[in-house]
Design a protein around this ligand. Structure first.
Ligand SMILES: *[C@@H]1O[C@H](CO)[C@@H](O)[C@H](O)[C@H]1NC(C)=O
Ligand SMILES: *[C@@H]1O[C@H](CO)[C@@H](O)[C@H](O)[C@H]1NC(C)=O
Ligand SMILES: *[C@@H]1O[C@H](CO)[C@@H](O)[C@H](O)[C@H]1NC(C)=O
Length: 362
């Protein structure tokens, strides 16, 4: 066991060393000059709170917007759908931020006790899926399927469509941290294709790379209003590795990175270039000082799950009601849901199976 772990770490360092040694070779340009989603600290502070709240495991508190992370800076939020895919351990919510006059879509990152292993696995992710209808664009299938082939895609697009019907064609802002940022990216692309690029904004925190340079170019075109926040020495944005001497084969971030650093409480936010791989932003961090710790706070906000031990759902109040809603669809919403549309993606076979996953707190 120890030996394997050691090998993994050595391989990681070697790969990152290789990636670092490739600095200076000209990068493929990935332009998005028509960006209108300008980084604004106040807005980012609100959005990072949503990315943090979606990790909460008490679904009742989350749904009623009374969770401990729910009210810091995000009053004036109206939850419209809570989406839980118990089988795949995925969680997301959709609602309206009345201050920003926008639909908020927040998607949770990995919730398992070994984030370390998840991060280590990131090195080996293959560009193994040709993205549909985008010649030469390749992505990692696991990231894509987590959004496309689970309950998330149909539930989110259906919730966004309903919100636009109720509130007019307001903007959608998609948010996610870590693996949730990877899923949020595919979600934003999907929504941009459905509702138009002008209606969709994306802000991710500490997301890994998800595709190659060709994919990044398409992404920048379809979702120009993208901000990819990275923090200090966070290792995750460096993975899967980037090799600039293999421009056709390597993973490549899409723009635009905003690199946040903090020292003694002073936060600096550096707006990076539109290449997606600005060598003067987080990529300038030495591979020897990359950290997992920096992955878990963004803009001073805690980005960890409040319960890492399991993927169980713990509920406290209104348990019976919640249980009924969960058993009937897993997807909870204040409006009618298109259950027949959601059904094919339903991850669990039986209600009994679902109930096994619901643990009643207190
Ligand atoms: C940032 O957003 C806030 C809230 O929408 C707004 O009041 C403020 O003027 C914006 N700041 C800048 C510099 O655009
Ligand atoms: C994405 O999901 C849709 C159904 O929601 C499916 O038809 C399509 O094949 C999926 N794409 C891929 C590449 O698996
Ligand atoms: C933080 O910012 C203040 C005011 O700009 C400055 O005086 C102080 O030296 C900074 N501290 C550090 C550690 O950079």
């Amino acid at each position: 066991m120890e030996r394997w772990r050691c090998t993994g770490v050595v391989a990681l360092v070697l790969l990152l060393a290789l990636a670092a040694s490739s600095h200076g070779i000209r990068d493929l340009p990935v332009k998005n000059s028509d960006q209108s989603f300008i980084y604004n600290h106040t807005v980012a502070m609100t959005l990072v709170e949503y990315a943090s709240a979606v990790y909460m495991t008490d679904l009742t508190a989350l749904y009623t917007w009374t969770c401990s992370r729910c009210n810091d800076l995000i009053q004036g939020f109206e939850m419209t759908s809570l989406i839980v895919d118990v089988g795949n351990c995925l969680q997301a919510f959709v609602g309206i931020d009345h201050n920003l006059n926008s639909i908020i879509i927040a998607i949770r990152g990995t919730q398992e006790n070994s984030v370390q292993n998840w991060i280590k696995d990131l090195i080996w992710k293959q560009l193994d899926l040709s993205f549909p209808n985008m010649p030469n664009a390749k992505v990692h299938s696991g990231f894509f399927y987590s959004y496309n082939n689970t309950i998330l895609r149909l539930a989110i697009t259906s919730a966004v469509r309903k919100a636009r019907k109720s509130y007019g064609d307001i903007n959608a802002i998609v948010i996610g941290h870590s693996m949730g940022g990877a899923m949020a990216s595919f979600c934003a692309l999907d929504l941009a294709m459905k509702f138009g690029s002008d209606s969709v904004q994306l802000m991710t925190f500490g997301q890994p790379r998800v595709g190659n340079a060709a994919f990044a170019s398409y992404f920048a075109k379809y979702v120009p209003n993208t901000i990819r926040v990275t923090h200090g020495h966070d290792i995750v944005p460096h993975l899967p590795p980037y090799f600039s001497f293999l421009p056709q084969l390597t993973y490549h971030h899409f723009p635009r990175e905003v690199w946040v650093q903090d020292s003694d409480g002073n936060i600096t936010e550096q707006i990076c270039d539109d290449s997606g791989e600005d060598p003067d932003c987080c990529r300038c961090v030495s591979m020897f000082s990359l950290s997992i710790q920096d992955h878990f706070t963004y803009l001073g906000v805690d980005m960890e799950a409040d319960d890492w031990s399991t993927c169980r759902i713990v509920t406290a109040q209104s348990v019976q009601q919640l249980r009924k809603e969960l058993a009937s669809s897993v997807l909870m919403t204040r409006h009618d849901i298109d259950s027949e549309k959601v059904e094919p993606c339903f991850p669990l076979k039986t209600k009994a199976q679902l109930e096994d996953f619901i643990q009643i707190g207190m």
